[in-house]
Design a protein around this ligand. Structure first.
Ligand code: GLV
Ligand code: MN
Ligand code: MN
Length: 412
């Protein structure tokens, strides 16, 4: 048998799998739209399930639609869990999430071919609705497993057309059982594209992730008065969209004035959205992120103050609903150390970095020691059709995952 130290994944096979999955929901611009619990998601899941089964994983689905493929170890007890998600944002990239799920399957294929059995059981996971684009908030199903959200809350989330998560889960045939949720694992690992420019800037293919920044999502509702665009003098208007514009530029200023902060208004709906009516109502999202929990709170307090001043100046009523917060989360030093050691074993030069994006690993850190491996993103682009990571970098990341899994699970 080949020595365990020499075992590496099949980069070409992994690349081919990524290409096949990317064809499901492919967009004309070279990206992917595979929103959670849509027909495209179902088709992607069916393919992933077939690959899990081919890799001799025993597949089960839990009540949140999470897909878990299990490989027995020589010992009973908690598994080493690793994976990511296959849902995407609208017009997203081919790699966000997919690299982690298909990289995990590739690790298991490799272990099978090489006849390697681990001491701890292994479980590969595809989390449902990581993106939080169709059903807000993000990381909904890993949050459910971690006990952050109860089943009723998760099932009752609705998309923009009023369709419920629970109904859509049943519709696509991925409603499983509560007793099939992943049990608290020995450790959780997630391979993912960086989605930022740090590794490219450092000239490194792979990075060791130390933690995930804090994120808070707020819905702002602006209530003005719809009226005719012609006869209404400017000073008598209560234009909700004009007030929203003030709010948006203020939000941008708040982030610019706070070191390390980012803020985004990514979703906005103006009513009635016609050319000759003053917008009477706007509903928009605010996404604030910071690694420091206190600074995150300062940003929110800044928004509240800003909303009051815009309301006073425009006579448009503004309500804020802060509906989700994911606290800044440092990963477990033991898992971070295992990832670092795995990279050193492969003679991969790495650096440590924090994630500016949310990941299911955040909620897994609630229930077990967790960590992540990043793969360089070209141009730092993500949530974009132009997202790209080179096959060689993805292969290096999958090899780091393989080594880290073997360290955490032990070889029989
Ligand atoms: C998920 O991708 C997020 O960071 O919003
Ligand atoms: Mn992702
Ligand atoms: Mn994403």
């Amino acid at each position: 048998m080949t020595s365990v130290v020499d075992v590496t994944v099949d980069g070409e096979r992994l690349h081919a799998s990524l290409e096949r999955l990317a064809a499901i929901g492919a967009t004309p611009g070279g990206g992917v739209t595979r929103l959670a619990l849509t027909d495209e998601d179902k088709a992607g899941r069916d393919l992933v399930r077939s690959w899990m089964e081919e890799a001799e994983l025993a597949v089960r689905v839990d009540d949140f639609g999470n897909m878990i493929g299990r490989r027995a170890g020589t010992e009973e007890g908690p598994a080493v869990l690793f994976g990511s998600h296959c849902d995407t944002v609208r017009r997203g990239g081919r790699y966000d999430g997919a690299v982690g799920v298909l990289g995990a399957i590739e690790v298991v294929r490799t272990l099978g071919e090489q006849g390697i059995t681990t001491r701890r059981p292994l479980e590969v996971v595809n989390w449902t609705n990581e993106e939080g684009v169709r059903f807000e908030p993000a990381m909904l199903a890993s949050g459910g497993v971690a006990g952050r959200f109860d089943q009723e809350y998760v099932y009752s989330r609705t998309d923009r057309d009023g369709r419920r998560f629970g109904d859509e889960l049943r519709r696509i045939g991925y409603l499983g059982r509560e007793e099939d949720r992943p049990r608290p694992p020995a450790a959780y690992l997630e391979l993912h594209v960086e989605q930022g420019p740090v590794l490219e800037d450092a000239g490194l293919p792979v990075g060791v992730v130390e933690g995930i920044v804090g994120i808070t999502w707020i819905e702002a509702m602006l209530e003005g008065r719809a009226d005719h665009a012609g006869p209404s003098p400017m000073r008598l208007r209560r234009d909700a969209l004009a007030a929203a514009a003030r709010l948006i530029t203020g939000i941008e200023r708040l982030a610019n004035d706070t070191d390390g902060a980012v803020a985004t208004v990514g979703r906005l709906n103006a009513e009635p959205n016609v050319i000759n009516t003053i917008p009477g109502r706007v509903v928009m999202s605010v996404d604030f992120r910071h690694a420091d929990p206190e600074r995150l709170e300062i940003l929110v307090a800044g928004l509240e103050k800003l909303a009051m001043s815009v309301q006073l100046a425009t006579d448009v009523e503004i309500r804020l609903d802060r509906f989700w917060t994911s606290e800044p989360t440092p990963f477990d030093p033991g898992v971070v150390g295992a990832v670092q050691a795995a990279c050193e074993e492969l003679a991969l030069p790495v650096r440590r970095l924090w994630s500016g994006a949310g990941h299911d690993a955040k909620y897994l850190q609630d229930v077990c020691p967790a960590g992540m491996i990043f793969v360089r993103s070209e141009g730092g682009l993500s949530h974009s059709e132009e997202e790209y990571s080179a096959p060689a970098d993805i292969e290096a990341g999958a090899n780091a995952l393989l080594r880290a899994v073997l360290r955490l699970a032990g070889v029989a």
